[in-house]
Design a protein around this ligand. Sequence first.
Ligand SMILES: *Cc1c(COP(=O)(O)O)cnc(C)c1O
Length: 356
Amino acid sequence: MLNFTIGPVSMDPEIEMIGSREPPYFRGNEFSKIVIETEILVKGILNATDGSRALFLTGSGTLAMEASVTNLFSKKDKLLVVNGGTFGARLCEIAMCHNIPFDELELVDWEPLTQDHLEPFKHTSYTGVLINHHETSTGVLYNLELIEGFCRLNESLLVIDAISSFISDEIDMCALKADALIVSSHKALALSPGLSIVALSPRAIKKAQAQPSVTYYGDFKTALENGLRGQTPFTPAVNIILQLHARLKKITSVGLLSERSMIIEVASDFRERIKNFDFDIGSTSLSNTLTPIKPASVSAYSLYETLLSNYDILVCPSGGSRKHTLLRVGHIGMLTIADNDKLFFALSDLKNKGSL
Ligand SMILES: *Cc1c(COP(=O)(O)O)cnc(C)c1O
């Protein structure tokens, strides 16, 4: 099957094999050395400032989102949360679940973030701002420079969920003065699901250390301390850490830009060729990770079903209110132009038959 979803995606066979190995004993020196090296590689790719740290949490991206909110903020804080879709709503739900006061900057579907959206909020002193870099449910990439400027005004802590933009899109923690940056294993990193990463600035580390713990498993204080000797407080997803280590070593050896350029090449090819079909591209501010497409003449969901059952091609359907209007086509994993050829063969075939 050809996988054009956003994750889990197709893996590099060498990395995939690591997943099937017998896990090594994780309290040993050898594994600790790998964890320490992996932290250095993560910080390098993110251009994290001196004194930053990266933590490895066992759980999907949502665990890292929740842990970032609960370790950095409390009832005494006031947050601004950007909500333009499912993942922005999730950030709001996390704040709500933990009774952390927040205001919501709501964006309608496919609307990029502008300075005008931020204007009404600029006179409130927010202690933190939460944003997804790429709202995966609609395929809108947000302008983080605007957010950086906004946070600078109030000295707000900036928490960025970069789960679906890491690798694919440019992100520089130092330039953005980001305080927490969240990544997970199964999007463009193309690893097994179940591991998430939070990179923390020195300012975020200080704040987390000054707060009483409200979570046991996801506590940053114990994770920070254990990480100093290449350990995690509890048994981690050992094989995914091994996969992450190998994958980051490969990426840094070819260069991040070169890795990204492969994704950009597949995305650009798709976006050029989709113009020959009756689809509207939902957004004007796109990530390289995926293209959101709205079929003009058929239900998005039935097109997803047809591609899967008749052509063995898996694209990403949408949930809820977008089910019949939006499909998302991913460009991450080991996809190539030849895979796009197969997708466009299927789309042309459907068009010729009059069913598209
Ligand atoms: C995939 C994703 C997540 C994490 O979802 P999980 O199901 O917990 O892995 C969070 N934010 C964004 C923007 C995502 O794309």
